[in-house]
Write a new protein. Structure first.
Length: 461
């Protein structure tokens, strides 16, 4: 095995997930994070379908996520007086598991801190690559040598800027900005949310952490704004100016915003790149293929990407040239499909001056139409199979067992499986559940949804 020392930039979701799998495969990961500590708060993130759930199970953290899941039910659109006008069922936006981003980051950190070196309060300032590795300079710490460097530092990735070029070449603005922060659950919401919409703007409040608090969410349509990402005072002033007198609970939430411990503001965008690696440097998660926060797929996509990248490095015995190429080959089409979802949802949520359909039926139809046009992301063609990967199961500790490859389950079998499960509800609801289970089966990387490893590496874990 070569290239054992791996530096990962970013300690949110993709970084710790990658550190987990690299350690499982015998690598030595180090994670550097600009923030002085783990970042709490943030929006709720979703995991959808068997590909996401399979990775969570194999990491042994699915039960941990279940314990802190939001449990959010349907969401209501309200008028300026707070009277519900339409209802969106949870299955349209909450996924199979919904969890606060801060809770997810904590779970991933706890799963990796015993075997991963974490360096908080620092960031990469330069990368100098040679034939044997990469010399990395830091803002505060002394320079260090690593075999490989992986950028898992999000939409505004420093690693991407240093290794590939300026952000403007890769980030596509979707015409929307958002702000999120923690506030009191003053409406007494019980595992639900309310949203209020005016022309080009949307304000939402949903309960969090078993109704003990709430998350306020603001979206508004605007061209790319020239606002320093670290100037919180300017961001809050801009948000207050944009939503002043907007109606419903807007003014109350803007007052609470000043005291929020976790205020977050950013543009909604995607990352599009021709390649995710250059030499000994590669990108993962939002840094490489951000589908936008509106897609509902970002965190799940990051976890699947971490699983694949670490496995390909292990299969290639550390040969980064082979591993990076296989990682991109396996993930590319799946990532593009997730990005198409983000495009559709951005147009639906804040489409300039167009008014949202007023009836519950129209809203639900609009959401489902958006999903139907962009979901599922097209799964890649079945990957290469070798005799070794078809029969060898790599177990922790280097032990190997023999296992035949499971036969792929087709769509009809998935629908039969859905029909056979107990379900209480109307006929229409039952049909929706069957369609959703079938969709979840088709939307994922098929080898992962079926419980197999990707065949180029054969890393069954």
């Amino acid at each position: 095995m070569t290239n054992l020392k791996v530096l990962i930039s970013g300690a949110s979701v993709a970084g710790p997930a990658l550190a987990y799998w690299l350690h499982r495969h015998g690598f030595q990961p180090t994670v550097v994070e600009r923030a002085p500590a783990l970042r709490d708060g943030g929006y709720a993130v979703d995991f959808r379908g068997e590909a996401h759930l399979t990775v969570l199970r194999r990491m042994g953290i699915l039960a941990d996520l279940e314990r802190v899941r939001t449990g959010t039910g349907s969401m209501s659109y309200v008028n300026s007086a707070g009277k519900p006008q339409a209802e969106l069922p949870a299955d349209l936006f909450a996924g199979d598991i919904e969890i606060l981003r801060g809770d997810l980051a904590r779970i991933l950190y706890d799963a990796t801190r015993q075997h991963t070196e974490y360096v908080f309060g620092d960031s990469i300032t330069s990368l100098t690559e040679d034939a044997d590795g990469v010399t990395v300079s830091f803002e505060h710490g002394a320079p260090r040598r690593f075999d490989l460097v992986i950028g898992a530092d999000g939409l505004h990735s420093t690693t991407r800027r240093l290794a590939f070029g300026p952000e403007e070449e890769f980030v596509k603005h979707l015409g929307v900005h958002c702000a999120i922060f923690t506030t009191a659950n003053h409406l007494g919401l019980d595992h639900t949310g309310h949203a209020y919409r005016t022309a080009g703007k949307l304000v939402a409040l949903h309960s969090a952490r078993h109704n003990a608090e709430a998350r306020a969410v603001f979206y508004f349509a605007a061209p790319q704004l020239d606002v320093d990402r670290r100037d919180v005072a300017r961001q809050q002033a801009l948000l207050a100016e944009t939503f002043a007198g907007n109606g419903w609970e807007s003014d109350r939430l803007l007052q609470d915003m000043r005291y929020a411990p976790d205020f977050y503001f950013d543009s909604v965008g995607q990352v599009h790149m021709d390649t995710w690696s250059r030499g000994r440097v590669a990108l993962i998660g939002d840094a490489a293929y951000c589908p936008s926060s509106l897609s509902g797929m970002g965190s799940g996509l990051a976890l699947v990407g971490a699983y694949v990248l670490a496995g390909e490095l292990a299969a290639a015995r550390g040969d980064h040239r082979v591993a990076f190429a296989r990682y991109e080959e396996e993930m590319r089409e799946y990532a593009v499909g997730c990005q198409k979802m983000g495009d559709g949802v951005a147009k639906l949520m804040v489409p300039g001056n167009r008014a949202l359909p007023r009836s519950s039926t129209a809203i639900t139809r609009s959401c489902r139409t958006c999903r139907a046009r962009t979901w599922p992301p097209r799964a890649p063609a079945r990957p290469r199979r070798t005799s070794r990967s078809a029969t060898t199961v790599n177990m922790p500790g280097g032990k190997r067992t023999e296992e035949s490859s499971p036969r792929p389950r087709d769509l009809d079998a998935a629908m039969v499986h859905a029909r056979s499960e107990p379900f209480h509800g109307s006929t229409a609801q039952r049909k929706l559940a069957v369609k959703r289970k079938s969709r979840d089966h088709r939307c994922c990387l098929p080898w992962l949804a079926e419980g197999r490893a990707w065949s180029s590496s054969g890393c069954f874990l």
